[in-house]
Design a protein around this ligand. Structure first.
Ligand code: DX5
Ligand code: ZN
Length: 214
């Protein structure tokens, strides 16, 4: 397990008119990865960020770790597209895939495979997928929108995963704040996705520093 807790600013909450400046600022603050939410209006009731956004970020920031979170009903159709666009990690939803082959394919394409769980999905339902997932992304809100309140019971799945011996990364996504970051890290979560709490903060540097001090 990595030592430092990582911060992954979610560009969903960035000022899109100034995306380049916003990403530059996030990286300057020490962002360990950039979280890019891709929504299809079907798996979740919202639309966001297609592959061209990933491509533009890759072009502008060749060394950034781009953590792409696919909230899609049929993620298997787009794996090659996001690999070509330059994703570093590709996270699919357990509720949207039928077989672990999707995770295997993500790895074959040179990306880090991640598995995301919606709030209602228990750890017990995904045990067949875990050995192939280098990361588990625990949704701590219903996926689709930024700015919601974190549901603590979702984050507690991290403790269960660690108890099962899961040694990959565990990220937590939705409603992560300056105030709750410490207790999330204590559960065994090593990567904190932060949209609103980072990009809308008065002092994003202080937020990143706090996460790195946990
Ligand atoms: C929500 C997205 C999140 C979102 C989090 O469905 O998956 O990544 O950006 O936003 P905050 O941190 O504002 O809850
Ligand atoms: Zn996300």
């Amino acid at each position: 397990m990595p030592d430092l807790i990582r911060i992954a600013p979610s560009i969903l909450a960035a000022d899109l008119l100034h995306l380049q400046d916003q990403v530059q600022m996030a990286l300057h603050c020490g962002a360990d990865e950039l979280h890019v939410d891709v929504m299809d209006g079907h798996f979740v009731p919202n639309l966001s960020n297609g592959p061209d956004v990933v491509k533009a970020l890759r072009k502008g920031f060749p060394n950034a770790w781009l953590d792409v979170h696919l909230m899609l009903s049929a993620p298997e159709k787009y794996l090659e597209t996001f690999a070509q666009a330059g994703a570093s990690g590709l996270t699919v939803h357990a509720e949207a895939i039928e077989s672990p082959a999707v995770l295997r394919r993500i790895r074959e394409l040179g990306m880090e495979p991640g598995l995301s769980l919606k709030p209602a999905t228990p750890v017990s339902a995904v045990s067949a997928f875990l050995p192939l997932a280098e990361r588990v992304l625990l949704m701590t809100v219903e996926p689709g929108f930024g700015g919601q309140k974190l549901m603590y019971f979702c984050a507690e799945k991290a403790r269960e995963l660690r108890a099962l011996g899961y040694t990959g990364r565990i990220s937590c996504d939705g409603g992560v704040t300056f105030e709750n970051a410490r207790e999330l890290a204590a559960l065994g979560i090593d990567t904190l996705v932060m949209g609103t709490a980072f990009f809308r903060a008065e002092d994003p540097q202080a937020v990143a520093d706090m996460v790195h001090s946990l």
